[in-house]
Design a protein around this ligand. Structure first.
Ligand SMILES: [Zn+2]
Length: 376
C-alpha cells in the first residue's frame, strides 16, 4: 500500500466531498436493502440495487464499487458475529449490530479502479471520477520512494478517503518479495508494555511516548464521557484516531529498526506467537487487553511484512516461560525474576534485563524451530 496526499483546489475538494458523501449515502441505501431483504451476496444485491444507484447519478463503476463495498461489509459483519467479536448472542452490542442496517460514515473510504481513476505519476497528478464529472490534474504529494513504487508496482484498486479535512489516496502496490535468505542465527524480539519491543542484542524500544499519549487520552476520555455532548463525542473520536495513527507510526519505526538490524547481521527474526501474547496481556488490567493485543498484532504484522519484503526469515515461537527461563543455562524458575525489569538466575547467577533475557530465549527457540522446520 502507498498512501499519497491529494492537494485539490477548493473546487476539486468540494467535488471530492460531494462524491464521498453521495457514494456513502448510496451505500446506506444498498445496506438498507440488504437488511430488509437479507440479500447480502454482491451478485444478488446488484440485481436489486444497480438501476436505482445509476438513477441517482452514480457511474456504472461507482455503482458497482458501492454494491461491492456493502457486500464486503456484510461479510465482515457476519464473520465478526460468528467469531463472537461483538459479544455472545443477546448481548447489547451484538443485538444493536444485528437489529439495524450497516451504516456508512459520510466520509468512509471509497474504492476506485483504473477506469475511474488514472495516475500521471511523473506529473504527480491523478484524473478521478466524481459526481460532478471527471476531475483532471488533481495534484498529489509523495516521496521519491513512493513514486518509484507507484510507477513499478501499482495494481488494482485505490481507496479515496478524507481524514481531518485532508484528502488521501491509498494505492494497492504489488511489490514482489525477495527470496528468503538462509538465516545466520535469529534476532529474538520480546514484546511488552513498558518496552514495546526489546531485542536479544539489548536494544529496547520504549513505549514511553506512546504510553504517555494513551494515558493523557484516557484521562480526557473520562472527563468527556461524563459530558456526552455531540462536540465532546466528536473530539473523542478525533483523539482516538490520532492515538491510533501515533501508535501505528511508532510501530512502523520500531519494525523498521528491527528489520534493518536483522538484515545488517544476516539473521532471521524470532517473534512470540500472538496467541501467547494475548493470553499474557489478559492477565493484566482488562482495559489494556484489546489495546495492547491489537497494538502487538500490528507491530508483529509490520515486522513480518517488512521482513518478507527484505527476504528475511521470520519465525513465531511459543512464548511460554520465556520470562522465567535463564537464557544462559536454561534453568526455569519464577524466582529468577525478582522484579519486573530484573532477571537473575538462581542456578547459575546470570543476570540481565528481564526483557533482554526473554528476547534471547525467543531467539534460541527461533533457531530450534527453524532447524525443525527446515530439517529436510
Ligand atoms: Zn542460569
Amino acid at each position: 500500500m502507498v498512501q499519497v496526499k491529494l492537494l485539490p483546489t477548493p473546487e476539486q475538494a468540494a467535488a471530492l466531498e460531494a462524491t464521498l458523501r453521495g457514494c456513502n449515502q448510496a451505500a446506506d441505501l444498498v445496506a438498507r436493502t440488504a437488511f430488509t431483504t437479507q440479500i447480502t451476496r454482491e451478485y444478488d444485491l446488484r440485481k436489486h440495487t444497480y438501476t436505482v444507484l445509476k438513477a441517482r447519478g452514480l457511474g456504472a463503476q461507482a455503482a458497482q464499487h458501492v454494491i461491492k463495498k456493502v457486500a464486503d461489509a456484510c461479510t465482515t459483519l457476519k464473520a465478526n458475529l460468528r467469531a463472537g467479536n461483538l459479544g455472545p448472542p443477546g448481548s447489547p452490542r451484538r443485538t444493536r449490530a444485528e437489529s439495524k442496517p450497516i451504516a456508512f460514515r459520510p466520509h468512509a473510504a471509497q474504492p476506485y479502479d483504473d477506469r475511474c481513476l488514472s495516475w500521471q505519476i511523473e506529473a504527480r497528478t491523478v484524473s478521478i471520477w466524481t459526481v460532478r464529472g471527471r476531475l483532471r490534474g488533481v495534484a498529489f504529494t509523495a516521496s521519491a520512494a513512493q513514486l518509484k513504487t507507484l510507477a513499478l508496482y501499482r495494481k488494482g484498486e485505490s481507496d479515496l478517503l478524507c481524514r481531518d479535512g485532508m484528502w488521501f489516496l491509498i494505492a494497492t502496490c504489488d511489490v514482489p518479495d525477495r527470496p528468503v535468505a538462509v538465516p545466520d542465527g535469529f534476532l529474538g524480539v520480546d514484546l511488552g508494555i513498558a518496552n514495546i519491543a526489546t531485542t536479544g542484542d539489548g536494544a529496547r524500544h520504549s513505549g514511553k511516548g506512546l504510553n504517555a499519549v494513551r494515558h493523557r487520552n484516557r484521562e480526557l476520555r473520562r472527563r468527556l464521557q461524563a459530558k456526552a455532548t455531540t462536540s465532546a463525542k466528536r473530539l473523542l473520536k478525533k483523539r482516538r484516531r490520532a492515538e491510533a495513527r501515533f501508535a501505528a507510526d511508532t510501530n512502523h519505526v520500531i519494525a523498521k529498526r528491527i528489520v534493518t538490524e536483522a538484515e545488517r547481521t544476516g539473521r532471521g527474526i524470532a517473534l512470540e506467537d500472538l496467541q501467547g501474547i494475548r493470553e499474557r496481556v489478559r492477565l493484566r488490567k482488562p482495559q489494556r487487553v484489546t489495546l495492547h493485543a491489537w497494538s502487538f498484532a500490528q507491530l508483529g504484522g509490520f515486522i513480518a511484512y517488512k521482513a518478507r519484503r527484505a527476504g528475511i526469515a521470520v519465525i513465531h515461537v511459543d512464548p511460554a516461560y520465556t520470562s522465567r527461563q535463564c537464557s544462559a543455562c536454561g534453568h526455569t524458575d519464577r524466582a529468577n525474576r525478582p522484579e519486573q525489569a530484573v532477571f537473575s538466575c538462581t542456578s547459575c547467577g546470570f543476570a540481565e534485563h528481564a526483557d533482554v533475557n526473554a528476547a534471547r530465549n525467543i531467539a534460541a527457540r527461533g533457531v530450534a524451530g527453524w532447524a525443525v522446520s527446515h530439517a529436510a
